[in-house]
Design a protein around this ligand. Structure first.
Ligand SMILES: [Cu+2]
Length: 233
């Protein structure tokens, strides 16, 4: 193993961390959606973060609307909320990833607080689902935040060429990237294991271990070479 290969391997975890940072939402602002992977066709867990109440009023309900191209969503439970799915009938049945006929889809997920979320504290809601095989498509999740007083509709979608940051209350959204570009999306699409989507964070630590092991192998090889040089001289 050459020094150069080792350096490249060692740099991988840093590169992975940089990618993870670049898809992270701006801290504390608005309602944001952060996918564990955005790779086309992959199973993902999207974290919806709520960073503040409605002009100071505590949050009592979060309704997340699911984009049309997503069929079935599994919400994670949250100890401070009751969670409910709204199901709607499809106009035309479609085939899912297993080839089964699907006649209905998840239209929205509603989290209703049993204890209101105080303004100035944040909470996160996780939805698990398979991403459509549609590289370049932006998935928008219009979200209604209801508070003890008033509500905020995070439903604005940028017009063509407009920057989402110019919007006052943008819908949480992210763009689907090429299959395999967002972590281990490829295997996830090929082998739909139930817990596959939840393990996206492991890929960076796996790369870290790979780098470490490669480094140790490199050191051992170097040591061996040195020992040989010495014994032969
Ligand atoms: Cu905000």
């Amino acid at each position: 193993m050459s020094i150069r290969t080792f350096a490249r391997l060692a740099a991988l975890p840093a590169a992975t961390a940089a990618v993870a940072l670049s898809i992270a939402a701006p801290a504390g602002a608005h309602v944001t959606a952060t996918p564990s992977t955005a790779a086309a066709g992959a199973y993902t867990v999207v974290t919806f973060s709520v960073g503040h109440g409605c002009e100071g009023s505590p949050t009592t309900k979060i309704e997340i609307q699911v984009p049309e191209s997503v069929l079935s969503v599994t919400p994670s439970r949250n100890p401070f909320y009751d969670v409910e799915k709204t199901i709607e009938k499809l106009d035309e049945p479609v085939a899912d990833a297993h080839g089964n006929e699907v006649t209905e889809r998840t239209a929205s997920i509603v989290y209703t607080a049993t204890t209101p979320l105080p303004d100035g504290e944040r909470d996160a809601f996780e939805l698990s689902f398979q991403l459509p095989d549609a590289e370049g498509e932006t998935l928008s999740f219009p979200t209604i935040q209801t508070c003890q007083e008033g509500e905020t509709s995070w439903t604005e979608v940028p017009a063509d060429g407009q920057d989402a940051e110019e919007l006052e209350s943008p819908a949480p959204a992210f763009e689907i990237v090429a299959a395999g570009a967002g972590g281990h999306g490829d295997e996830a699409a090929a082998e739909p294991a139930a817990d596959e989507a939840g393990n996206a964070d492991d890929s960076s630590s796996a790369l870290g271990w790979a780098g470490l092991v490669a480094g140790l192998l490199g050191l051992a090889a170097g040591g061996l070479a040195l020992a040989r040089t010495r014994s032969s001289s």
